[in-house]
Design a binder for this molecule. Structure first.
Ligand SMILES: Nc1ncnc2c1ncn2[C@@H]1O[C@H](COP(=O)(O)OP(=O)(O)OP(=O)(O)O)[C@@H](O)[C@H]1O
Ligand SMILES: [Mg+2]
Length: 306
């Protein structure tokens, strides 16, 4: 497992990461969420041994990143932000180089490279120099490099950034497969990715860990959790009828759609349905909301900013 203990990083006077602590078990896909400049990449750089912490440390499957850095790095794969690669090498040369750097030789190296090439569909670009690749292909070469030695821990800084929808899908599947008995830590600005991929999410802002929960747990904090949204012809009239319900706390109209927020008394969805039938109100759509991650993200990170 991974144990981060009060990880802290200063850049001169700037406190980029402020005493972040957590533990992660195998089988976890942990998502780092947070505004630009929150400290996500800096935390990843410290975990992977690319940047020494100013204070604190982390232990990766028993290996301290400061006192036992080489052993810790051996069992990790890392996709840095922007995927810096050697532009003048071809993809084949670069993966060969990576395999050697990871201590793989002969048949073992060949098999590892073939596996990575296959998983990231890089076959057609093997002879091409990296600097001539499109953004998404560069990213995929970076991912191939990260998984090549089949690491127990994968740290991926915005892994699906710049990928087309098919590749996003494929990379998410790859991450799910890899996570089964490993630890995967990703950062992302795509909130739906957290829901689709992660079983744990951390919200970081101004270097501080503000929330550590499952995606479902975060959704439960949303004011939309348990709300009912309707598409109707005359939103104003329907709103006045529904706001009388004891099950309703508040009604909002936005772009012709009506959202009723629960008061916590009784079953709001059933009450709305009964009222609609009583008044013979025709609806185009009705939806029970699970919660909105973007709203939770905003409220947690804006609170911090305030
Ligand atoms: N080498 C550096 N020197 C000085 N300041 C730095 C350096 N690297 C990062 N910072 C600062 O540290 C803070 C955290 O940066 P970091 O890259 O970790 O944020 P992030 O959460 O990854 O943001 P983004 O979502 O934009 O990728 C920012 O204020 C950034 O400007
Ligand atoms: Mg970053």
């Amino acid at each position: 497992m991974i144990e981060a203990k009060s990880l802290t990083r200063r850049y001169g006077p700037l406190l980029a990461v402020d005493r972040i602590s957590f533990t992660v078990e195998p089988g976890t896909v942990l998502g780092f969420l947070g505004p630009n400049g929150a400290g996500k990449s800096t935390t990843m750089k410290m975990l992977t041994g690319f940047l020494p912490p100013t204070e604190g440390t982390a232990v990766i499957f028993g290996h301290d990143i400061i006192t036992d850095s080489l052993a810790a790095r051996r069992i990790m794969g890392y996709l840095p932000e922007g995927a810096p690669l050697y532009g003048e090498l071809t993809v084949a040369q670069f993966l060969d180089f990576t395999a050697r750097a990871r201590g793989l030789r002969g048949r073992q190296a060949e098999r590892a490279i073939a596996g990575s090439v296959d998983r990231l569909t890089l076959g057609e670009v093997l002879p091409q120099t990296i600097e001539t690749l499109s953004k998404g292909f560069k990213r995929r070469v970076g991912l191939a490099q990260a998984i090549l030695h089949d690491p127990r821990v994968l740290v991926l800084d915005e892994p699906t950034d710049g990928l087309d929808p098919n590749q996003k899908h494929q990379v998410r599947q790859l991450i799910r497969d890899m996570a089964e008995d490993r630890i995967v830590i990703i950062s992302t600005h795509i909130l739906e990715e957290v829901d689709a991929l992660c079983n744990r999410a951390m919200i970081i802002a101004s270097g501080r860990l503000l929330a550590d929960d499952t995606p479902q747990g975060l959704l439960r904090r949303s004011r939309y959790n348990g709300a009912v949204t309707l598409a109707v012809d005359d939103a104003q009239v329907v709103a006045s009828k529904l706001s009388e319900l004891p099950e309703a706390a508040e009604v909002e109209i936005r772009r012709g759609r009506l959202t009723v927020f629960p008061s916590g008394r009784g079953n709001l969805f059933d009450a709305i349905n009964r009222r609609l039938t009583e008044h013979q109100i025709r609806i185009d759509e009705i939806q029970l909301e699970g919660g909105r991650l973007d709203e939770v993200f905003r409220s947690i990170t804006m609170e911090e900013a305030a």
